[in-house]
Design a protein around this ligand. Structure first.
Ligand SMILES: Nc1ncnc2c1ncn2[C@@H]1O[C@H](COP(=O)(O)OP(=O)(O)OP(=O)(O)O)[C@@H](O)[C@H]1O
Ligand SMILES: [Mg+2]
Length: 270
């Protein structure tokens, strides 16, 4: 039995909670929800958020191309609004890709975007955005906090952000529960006119991403050049078989040599 199968079997055994968010929210004490930074414009400083910091670079242009492809693939007869960004293994650039994709969607006039950090094990989106991880996804799931009270309007275009929230001891249990499925389906319906971009843990080491992949409308798989192997990607694709795969982002790829593009060097390979 492979490591993934073992993890999934373990997760299935732990899958004891089948109660929906709406059914359970009244059972949990409401946590105090601090006011979000709504209305104030966040000062984005992280250089990795090129779409906001450096919109005229080739790297930002690559994210805009990604955005155009995503829009083309998801704005069909029915709007496929809930998308997940993942990768085969860790540190391939999921969070950077999710943030830049969400920012470039949010910069477009008619797209309101929700960016969700569903990597409760290792949340980083809030650090990239320069926001505290106070109340977020886990608090919505475990304490019945209403998602609209936890969303932070960033002021960067029409981008709102749901951070990961407090750490939980067993994310697999939470992510394979009926509660999280109901939560995201409720979110998808409530915000049916907006893109919801979900940042997740990598597919191969953890079971929760596979569980989420069955709920979302589309998956973007990030593959980092020089880090991930073809075998890893094949294994991840196997895990995601039957889900709505939109495509692969080849991240941090060395740019092809071209005199005009030479100056962009590594930056151009987003
Ligand atoms: N397009 C890019 N250009 C330059 N550096 C990048 C790019 N993408 C990722 N990185 C580098 O890789 C690091 C990890 O990126 P990121 O946090 O997005 O990975 P991740 O896949 O979300 O990691 P984890 O599995 O830990 O959640 C970044 O902090 C940055 O240094
Ligand atoms: Mg990450």
């Amino acid at each position: 039995m492979s490591r993934i199968e073992e993890a999934l079997e373990k997760a299935a055994k732990l899958r004891v909670d089948t109660t929906s968010v709406s059914q359970t929210s009244h059972n949990f004490p409401k946590r105090h929800v601090p006011p979000p930074v709504n209305g104030e414009r966040l000062e984005l400083k992280n250089q990795l958020l090129v779409t906001a910091i450096d919109p005229h670079t080739q790297a930002a242009e690559e994210y805009r191309k990604l955005k155009s492809v995503v829009v083309k693939l998801t704005k069909s007869a029915s709007f496929l609004n809930m998308l997940m960004v993942t990768s085969s293994i860790g540190s391939e650039g999921k969070s950077v890709t999710a943030a830049n994709l969400a920012l470039s969607l949010a910069q477009e006039f008619d797209h309101t975007v929700l960016l969700v950090d569903a990597d409760i094990r290792k949340p980083t989106l809030h650090t990239y955005l320069g926001i505290e991880n106070k109340v977020g996804l886990s608090d919505c799931l475990l304490d019945g906090v209403d998602v609209k009270d936890a969303l932070i309007r960033t002021g960067a275009g029409k981008l709102s952000f749901l951070s990961a929230g407090r750490s939980v001891s067993n994310p697999v249990e939470l992510f394979t529960s009926q509660r999280i499925k109901d939560f995201f389906l409720e979110m998808k319906n409530r915000y049916h006119d907006r893109y919801i971009i979900i940042d997740t843990p990598p597919v191969l080491p953890f079971a929760e991403t596979r569980s989420l992949s069955a709920i979302v409308d589309g998956i973007v798989l990030v593959a980092k050049e020089g880090l991930v192997t073809l075998h890893n990607i094949e294994e991840a694709m196997e895990c995601l078989k039957g889900t709505a795969m939109l495509g692969i982002v080849y991240n941090e790829a060395a740019p092809e040599f071209h005199p005009d593009r030479y100056q962009y060097c590594r930056e151009a390979s987003a």
